[in-house]
Design a binder for this molecule. Structure first.
Ligand code: HEM
Length: 272
């Protein structure tokens, strides 16, 4: 409600595209730090902001898949996983855009980033946490009382997508060892021969749930693909230089490659 021009009774402002989407606020959020500013800094800011929006949407959808599995709504869970994978493909392909920025173009404003780095993206860490890759050290990097720290602490204690999946399989009649159903939710997801035995049986006789497993493999592969494309972009843009976030740069990022989120789903392939 707002006051009208004659100072009379409040009248509601009609909703418009701009008001609904807060376009004025959105367009005010890109604040280059370089002098000029340097031409390429706008692209750098926009692409990171777009990523953060996709991260937000991915978390929203992954949480929904967990809920749907909890309600045994597997076909809707599959449908939502398909959406997640489509977003992930778009997110991975956006790296192509940033790769049009040459090393010298990046250097024109890189020093202005100071210690800022994607390494500090709490939403990326939240995605890692909900997919089972949790570390207490990742929480400690965010200040006490911050939104980021509170979100990460919450997700650290919560079941991961894999936990939701194992509980769903148990309700579907598969024997999931009780130790897996009551596991320490903060611990990494370790390969398990018991779970692999169950999955091999499932793949051989349960097409519906085998499809669900395949979508989880797609998600795992999609995340690995993002990491691979990101490190290649880093190599071609800054070579072997250290990162603004203080790591060794590409050498650190290479240590994060080829680490599956759901190791059992990969392990069974050689046994099928
Ligand atoms: C020119 C483009 C880019 C360069 C040179 C670059 C460089 C780096 C480097 C060197 C690191 C390692 C941490 C550090 O020491 O800073 C890193 C981490 C990271 N970057 Fe980028 N980055 C770029 C674009 C992006 C984009 C567009 C995103 C999207 C959000 C992103 C997200 C991340 C994330 C999430 C990490 C943490 C990865 C992990 O710890 O596994 N980066 N980046």
């Amino acid at each position: 409600m707002t006051t009208n021009d004659s100072g009379g009774a409040d009248v509601p402002k009609a909703l418009t595209y701009g008001r609904y989407l807060r376009i004025d606020d959105l367009l005010a959020l890109q604040q280059p730090r370089s002098d000029g500013p340097e031409h390429d800094e706008l692209l750098f800011i926009v692409i990171h902001q777009v990523y953060e929006l996709w991260f937000k949407e991915l978390l929203h959808e992954i949480d929904f898949v967990k809920q749907l599995l909890g309600r045994d709504e597997s076909s809707r869970a599959q449908h939502t996983l398909k959406r997640i994978l489509t977003i992930l493909k778009v997110a991975v392909s956006q790296i192509d855009i940033l790769e049009t920025m040459t090393p010298l173009e990046f250097l024109s404003f890189r020093a202005r980033l100071e210690a800022a780095s994607g390494f500090q993206s709490d939403q990326f860490r939240q995605i890692e946490f909900v997919l089972g890759r949790k570390t207490a050290a990742a929480i400690d990097r965010f200040p006490e009382g911050s939104r980021a720290r509170a979100e990460l602490q919450r997700r650290y204690a919560e079941p991961t997508l894999w936990d939701a999946f194992l509980h769903y399989l148990s309700r579907e009649g598969y024997f999931v060892p009780p130790a897996h159903l009551a596991r320490d939710l903060t611990a990494p997801i370790e390969p398990s021969t018991d779970v692999q035995r169950l999955l091999i049986d499932l793949y051989r006789r349960d097409a519906k749930n085998a499809e669900l497993c395949e979508r989880l493999v797609d998600l795992d592969e999609g995340m690995q693909e993002w990491r691979y494309r990101h490190v290649k972009m880093v190599e071609r843009t800054i070579g072997a230089k250290t990162g603004t976030g203080g790591s060794g740069g590409a050498s650190y990022l290479r240590t994060t490659l080829s680490q599956p989120l759901f190791p059992d789903l990969w392990e069974i392939r050689s046994q099928l």
